[in-house]
Design a protein around this ligand. Structure first.
Ligand SMILES: NC(=O)c1ccc[n+]([C@@H]2O[C@H](COP(=O)([O-])OP(=O)(O)OC[C@H]3O[C@@H](n4cnc5c(N)ncnc54)[C@H](OP(=O)(O)O)[C@@H]3O)[C@@H](O)[C@H]2O)c1
Length: 219
């Protein structure tokens, strides 16, 4: 039985990851801003009122966890706001950086004391953050913030290699959640793929960028 800490667990991919990991017997430490009835029904260890940009809230979680070891730290919380070049909203772009890139780095930084040799750090990114895969442009804040997240992931892989902690940068696919609407794969399929990638992750592969279906993605 492993212990996973997951951010953004009240709905979408974070909720489904919590459900599937719990169902197979893992312990889930679920962070969210506001719990949903679906999350409360899972029997996970729940921390509410946790913004991933809020250092104090994250430190309080870490204090409460005491000596708990985290085997898998899943940075899932994210936001997607749409802007084109003709409709730039710099507050929105800044917000996406704060949550998608800096939030994940802050969570890793504050939770590092709970990681030990064999633990894993997972960043749920998007292929929209891939420069090589960008064939259509637009979505400045989302693309730039996920590209920054990807860079943070490679840096984390370097910083944690000697400690035996592996890092994976994972794209879930286009998934039918509130974020993108109904046009996507079922969330259960995405979570299943992500969990397979997490289980397979080895220190030798740390810092890689994969689709949940196993395909390696271009930077
Ligand atoms: N769905 C897709 O097709 C797709 C594709 C590529 C990548 N992704 C990535 O997958 C991850 C999960 O997305 P999803 O599809 O499950 O989206 P979602 O249904 O919109 O859920 C987003 C989750 O993140 C939480 N969150 C947002 N801002 C937060 C903050 N500041 N502090 C704490 N929690 C926050 C939300 O909590 P609240 O309910 O409180 O807002 C919610 O639990 C994201 O990182 C996203 O970028 C999704």
């Amino acid at each position: 039985m492993a212990t996973a800490l997951i951010t953004g667990t009240n709905r979408g991919i974070g909720l489904e990851l919590s459900r599937q990991l719990r169902a197979r017997g893992d312990e889930v430490i679920a962070l969210c801003r506001k719990p949903s009835p679906e999350l409360e029904a899972l029997g996970v260890r729940l921390f509410e009122g946790v913004e991933v940009t809020d250092r104090g809230a994250l430190q309080a979680v870490s204090r409460d966890l005491g000596a708990t070891r985290i085997d898998v730290l899943i940075n899932n919380a994210g936001i997607f706001e749409r802007e084109s070049f003709h409709d730039l909203d710099f507050d929105s772009i800044r917000r996406q950086f704060e949550v998608n890139a800096l939030g994940a780095l802050l969570v890793a930084s504050i939770m590092q004391g709970h990681l030990a040799r064999g633990s894993k750090i997972i960043l749920i990114t998007s292929r929209m953050g891939s420069i090589g895969d960008n064939g259509s442009g637009s979505y400045y804040g989302y693309r730039m913030s996920k590209a920054a997240l990807n860079m943070a992931g490679v840096n984390l892989a370097h910083d944690f290699r000697d400690k035996g902690v592996a890092v994976a940068i994972l794209h879930p696919g286009m998934v039918a959640t509130d974020m993108v609407g109904p046009h996507g794969i079922p969330v259960a399929e995405a979570a299943e793929g992500l969990i397979t990638r997490i289980d397979e992750l080895r220190i030798e592969d740390s810092g890689g960028f994969w689709h949940a279906n196993g395909e390696q993605l271009p930077w």
